[in-house]
Design a protein around this ligand. Structure first.
Ligand code: FEO
Ligand code: CA
Ligand code: CA
Ligand code: CA
Length: 633
């Protein structure tokens, strides 16, 4: 049965928002687009603990691509029957992984190439965020909470697993086709590409060449090997992919030894502290055999991660570009939208407890056409951080060095590169609002309002009071935009830019909905809109009904405004990511990330998607209505 989040949303959408749109002379485009507004016709499913993908009646899915599926005819598929015997302990496995789909798929963006009467093909850009070592390597204990001695010994015994893991991270570009009533990927496509933790990437923007970006391997500070921790992402108007480097801190170790050195600049120590880098060995243990992840050996390498990375899926020869103008933090969303004045705005979240929401605005206007004409837009512009005031107003505070504000040398920022590299501390100095883990952010396709998923924050206190988190003393109590102590279930904030101008400096905001038992969902992570303006939400965390993570949809557009329905339930142990529609809205791509993460190779808790006794593996699925109609109808 549908649940309602009640009078709040009902009132807001039927009275304020609806009438304001009409009063402003705005058309109601969803009505024209969708015929029947909202258009959600499916019968909701119930939450489930079953180890499979559950969809509403009349819906089907294809497992489109799985971790280890080959992206080149000369590269073998991963044989998961051999994992438990240690098949990934060989250097050959690392080599093969460079030509195979990465693991733990997260964000998905679809770039359409062609459409025929009964076919559709395009490129999927998919983030491969991190590796679940316990489901790859026999004998490996869980990454977090395991004694570093175990990690060190395991990596030393099988040193090539670091190269395998590095190749399993990053981004996969893969051509997919809908033909004969089903989706499949093309193994022999010339578009297929892996970008891994060792792929050369170009450093662009104000921090390019800065002292903190220089290493022994790159004395100019212009080129870095690889990307990892790639979480959510976005698509630019000129057809490139934005990938967000998130939890990069868990790949670097030995910061205690760095702190003990007397010649290290205070900026470096403060910045690493603010990121909660690891004192001894990193949890993934790459630093056991790869010195660039050892802070003592290469103190600046960590500064070269935590950025937004731009990839042109149509140009496999072009190096990915790390766009430093968009700041360095645990990036989650990177959602571009063109402002009325033509500038590009990019909304971004920093997914840690008590971190901030950001927005970048380009100096110049978006040009029509391909990426070359717009190449400088993500280098020349202004980064802002959000302050949510208690009266429902809000401000975007510019992260610009030395404009008379607090971002100056006395406060620890000697230039703009330092502001961007330690953007979190710059946000602290400006008094930005500490949020409950802001993850994905989406812009409504019809009315331009901005939706921010705050996944949860169990460390938020019920009342104001100083405490420590992330090596800083802060007020751990609630604020107006994060009003719940011990926020176990998360919430979604609706933000409306003043004058609907995404390039502007002021906004209004409200909490749209809070997760919880009465709402039927929790831990919103990625979100997305369909063409009708319905808000789709996928989750990463415990669900209040006790079931597995899944996909939900809020009927923001239609006659049942405020209704919530569960559309999908995922396998055991998985979080659901992606939430990407084809332009015709007849296919929904979802990432099933880390199925069976509660188990090990020896004791699997999931066998999805291969079944039998096989270990689980992260995969992208393509969901359709069996009759080919619009997804959600
Ligand atoms: Fe990678 Fe914040 O989820
Ligand atoms: Ca996420
Ligand atoms: Ca999204
Ligand atoms: Ca997540």
């Amino acid at each position: 049965m549908s649940r309602y989040f009640g009078d709040l949303v009902e009132t807001r959408l039927s009275r304020r928002s609806f009438l304001q749109s009409a009063a402003a002379g705005a058309a109601l485009p969803w009505a024209a687009l969708a015929g029947t507004a909202g258009g959600l016709g499916f019968t909701p499913i119930r939450g489930s603990k079953a180890d499979r993908v559950i969809l509403p009646r009349d819906y089907v899915h294809d497992v489109l691509i799985r971790w280890g599926d080959s992206l080149r005819p000369d590269v073998p598929h991963l044989d998961t029957t051999q994992l438990v015997a240690g098949s990934l302990f060989t250097p050959q496995a690392a080599l093969a992984q460079q030509g195979q789909f990465g693991t733990n798929c997260d964000a998905i963006q679809f770039f359409q190439l062609n459409e025929g009467a009964r076919s559709l093909n395009g490129l999927l850009c998919v983030n491969n965020e991190y590796a679940t070592d316990v489901l790859m390597y026999p004998g490996r204990k869980p990454v977090f909470g395991t004694h570093p001695d175990h990690v060190r010994e395991h990596v030393q015994s099988h040193p090539s697993i670091v190269a395998t893991s590095q190749a399993a991270h990053g981004i996969s570009v893969v051509e997919v086709v809908f033909e004969g009533g089903r989706w499949r990927y093309r193994r022999d496509s010339a578009w297929n590409r892996r970008i891994t933790a060792t792929t050369p990437c170009e450093i662009r923007g104000p921090a390019r060449g800065a002292a903190w970006m220089r290493t022994r391997a790159d004395p100019e500070g212009v080129r870095v090997l690889g990307t990892f921790g790639n979480c959510a992402g976005g698509r630019t108007p000129w057809g490139t992919y934005l990938s967000a480097e998130e939890n990069i801190q868990d790949y670097f170790g030995n910061f205690q030894a760095l702190r003990a050195r007397r010649d290290v600049d205070g900026f470096a120590l403060r910045s690493h502290q603010r990121w909660r880098m690891w004192d001894k060995l990193s949890p993934y243990g790459w630093d056991v055999v790869d010195a660039r992840f050892d802070a003592l050996a290469e103190p600046n390498e960590a500064f070269r991660f935590g950025w937004i990375v731009e990839v042109d899926p149509r140009d496999p020869a072009r190096a990915p570009r790390k766009r430093t103008a968009l700041g360095r933090f645990a990036h989650e969303a990177a959602t571009p939208v063109v402002a009325p004045g033509g500038q590009l705005a990019v909304y971004m979240g920093d997914d840690d407890r008590f971190e901030y929401v950001y927005k970048y605005v380009s100096r110049d206007r978006v040009a029509s056409g391909a990426s070359a004409a717009n190449d400088a837009l993500l280098d020349e512009g202004t980064l802002y951080v959000a302050r949510f005031n208690a009266d429902g107003s809000g401000e975007w505070l510019p992260l610009v060095h030395d404009t008379g504000g607090p971002l100056n040398a006395a406060a620890g920022f000697r230039n703009q590169a330092e502001v961007l590299i330690n953007a979190r501390a710059a946000g602290d100095a400006l008094g930005a609002t500490m949020m409950d883990r802001p993850e994905d952010i989406e812009v409504h396709p019809h009315n331009g309002r901005v939706y921010i998923a705050c996944t949860r924050n169990e460390l938020r206190k019920d009342a104001a009071g100083a405490g420590s988190y992330g090596n800083r003393n802060i007020d751990l109590g609630p604020n107006a935009a994060n009003p719940r102590g011990k926020n176990l279930w998360g919430h979604i904030i609706e933000l409306r830019e003043e004058g609907d101008d995404h390039a502007g400096r002021r906004f209004r905001w409200e909490v749209l909905v809070s997760g919880g038992r009465d709402r039927g969902f929790g831990s919103p992570d990625n979100i997305g809109f369909d063409a009708r303006g319905n808000l789709w939400i996928v989750t990463d965390g415990e669900q209040p009904h006790g079931g597995n993570n899944g996909c939900y949809v809020f009927d923001l557009a239609g006659g049942e405004r405020g209704a919530l329905r569960q559309f999908m339930s995922g396998p055991v142990g998985a979080e659901i990511c992606g939430c990407e529609f084809t332009p015709d809205n007849r296919t929904l791509f979802l990432s099933v990330q880390h199925p069976g993460e509660t188990g090990t190779l020896g004791r699997p808790t999931s066998h999805w998607p291969d079944g039998g006794r096989l270990p689980p593996r992260a995969s992208v699925i393509a969901v359709r209505r069996a009759d080919g109609d619009i997804v959600g109808s």
